[in-house]
Design a protein. Structure first.
Length: 269
């Protein structure tokens, strides 16, 4: 069966059916659930549920102007509860790493394994304060409009974009769908997030995967998240050569291999 898009109770998601393990995937700040299609193809038999983050696609925005990662994690819990999913493998990409870590921190019994890909560290700012770098994102979106905003940013997510025009086009198409207030809420959450602090409090088996050529969230950010994990729950740190920030689209087989290995071990060494 092919993937299907769903909408229910204010949530949107894209589901790839399968009889195997359940993987819930959380996309990044300029992306969408459909971006995980290549990864799903590399995980035959798995049931993948790619969640549209609040304020993206048909998922309703959060009822708060300055949400934290914990607010997104609470929405994820409500989504999983509504789907009857008690325990899942969880994958966060970029902004989704902040959501995934916050959820696993608050609900370790609900997470079989956690995979953090292309880690976004977050700015650690107090809610209500938007640092210059994050403020520039919103200024650019409002000044350029979503289509031009995406055109200027999408190539940076792909390693050697000039040789991967089809992939750049897909990244661009997803980013061009961003809208307010969802994107603004995500930017504010990114500004206040602190991935390493949440990683330090995790009690679930966790691995970190990053593209060696990632210039959006460079490997140093993923290294810091991995180093913060408690020894008892720290799994592998995988650096994937020839891949940029859009890791799940540029190197889906390598990311799938890391997820499969992690799931097979069940616990960290």
């Amino acid at each position: 069966m092919s993937a299907r898009d769903h909408i229910a109770a204010g949530f949107g998601w894209r589901e790839h059916p399968g009889d195997g393990p359940v993987l819930v995937a959380l996309h990044g700040i300029g992306s969408e659930a459909r971006a995980f299609d290549p990864l799903a193809a590399a995980l035959p038999g798995w049931r993948m549920i790619a969640w549209e983050v609040p304020g993206y696609g048909p998922t309703e925005a959060l009822p708060i102007d300055w949400p934290t990662a914990r607010d997104y994690a609470a929405a994820l819990k409500a989504f999983l509860d509504a789907r009857g999913l008690d325990r899942v493998h969880l994958l966060g990409h970029s902004l989704g790493t902040l959501i995934g870590a916050a959820f696993a921190k608050d609900h370790p019994d609900r997470v079989a394994t956690l995979t953090l890909a292309s880690c976004a560290q977050g700015g650690g700012a107090a809610p209500g304060h938007l640092p210059e770098k994050q403020a520039a994102r919103l200024d650019d979106l409002q000044r350029l409009g979503a289509s031009e905003f995406a055109r200027t940013r999408a190539p940076r997510l792909v390693f050697q974009p000039e040789t991967h025009p089809d992939l750049v086009a897909k990244v661009n198409a997803a980013m061009a769908k961003i809208k307010l207030p969802g994107y603004a809420q995500a930017v504010r959450m990114l500004a206040s997030g602190n991935l390493s602090a949440d990683c330090a409090a995790l009690a679930v088996p966790t691995v970190v995967v990053v593209g060696a050529e990632d210039v959006v969230t460079p490997p140093e950010q993923s290294n810091a998240a991995h180093a913060a994990l408690p020894d008892a729950h720290r799994g592998a740190l995988t650096l994937i050569p020839g891949a940029g920030h859009a890791l799940h689209q540029q190197a889906p087989a390598a990311l799938a291999e890391a997820i499969l290995d992690h799931a097979a071990k069940g616990v960290t060494p």
